[in-house]
Design a protein around this ligand. Structure first.
Ligand code: ATP
Length: 271
């Protein structure tokens, strides 16, 4: 269970996130929605401590995340993997090496630097690449891939980290609708088949409604909506997005696809 209590983050005298209290149950798929500047990225970045809260407290299963330092903080970051809008891959390295970086915590730094990956780690990575239909790209340099493929590589890297939570910050923002759906399907698969919680900032309300079990709406740093996609009426959405409503609500081409995959074994059994 992830719990945020009275969490605030100020930049100068402006509160980007203002007194937010939220609880996220294990295995949830939560979409954080709201117009640009509402505080969505700052909220996610505080959970993995890329940003330090100015006030309040974040707890995960009895651990005070806000107080973590050094090795304990690094361990927490391995437990809550982050996926970014701009993928954050090393472009000149191949896909396999990029995804292997997600295993650093398991494989050890020296072995990783020398490329001495254990058979088990390689097997886990290849299995995940296959699941995301990018196995054939393992030897390709990351910078030669399309945006949608790069984002699936980034999600594969997050998954092989074996995190408890995946924090995805606008993972579809730079993708066309088809690739956006492929990326959301990858996140859904991680959530459903591995039971990993996903907290995902999304600008497209259609994607948020189609893929998230719970929507948290932010405005001016505060939580102003918290409910299921069904609870979010068009009027409430228009209120949330203000002048961005047409862009967020009306984005065409995001018809959800049904998940096609069956159950897969957890990572530990893949190799
Ligand atoms: N490092 C920073 N320094 C100063 N101000 C910041 C910083 N990061 C965010 N802000 C401000 O905090 C507010 C919230 O920003 P944030 O990026 O969290 O919003 P957002 O909802 O994710 O927006 P977007 O959808 O455009 O990414 C904005 O006014 C932004 O300008």
């Amino acid at each position: 269970m992830l719990t945020m209590t009275g969490v605030t983050c100020c930049f100068g005298d402006k509160a980007a996130v203002d007194d937010v209290s939220l609880t996220v149950s294990p295995g949830s798929f939560v979409g954080v929605i709201g117009r640009s500047g509402a505080g969505k990225s700052t909220l996610l970045r505080m959970i993995n401590r890329l940003q330090t809260p100015t006030a309040g407290r974040i707890d995960f299963e009895g651990r005070d995340i806000t107080a973590l330092k050094g090795r304990a903080l690094r361990a927490w970051r391995a437990e809550c993997a982050m996926v970014f809008q701009q993928f954050n891959l090393v472009g000149r390295l191949d896909v396999l090496t990029n995804v292997m970086m997600g295993r650093l915590n398991h494989a050890g730094m020296l072995a990783s630097l020398l490329g001495l990956w254990a058979e088990h780690d390689r097997a886990v990575v290849f299995s995940v690449l296959e699941q995301f239909e990018i196995g054939g790209l393992a030897a390709h340099r990351a910078e030669t891939l399309s945006g949608g493929q790069q984002q699936r590589v980034a999600i594969a890297r997050a998954l092989v980290q074996e995190p408890r939570i995946i924090l995805a910050d606008e993972p579809t923002a730079s993708l066309d609708p088809r690739n956006a759906i492929a990326v959301m399907e990858a996140l859904r698969r991680i959530n459903r088949e591995y039971g990993i919680s996903v907290i995902c900032n999304l600008h497209s309300l259609d994607l948020a409604r189609a893929y998230c079990g719970r929507l948290v709406g932010m405005a001016a740093g505060r939580v102003v909506f918290d409910g299921t996609p069904e609870d979010l009426t068009d009027a409430a959405a228009r209120n949330l997005y203000g002048i961005e409503a047409d862009e967020a609500i009306g984005a065409p081409g995001f018809a959800p696809r049904q998940a096609t995959s069956g159950w897969q074994p957890p990572l530990a059994q893949l190799a």
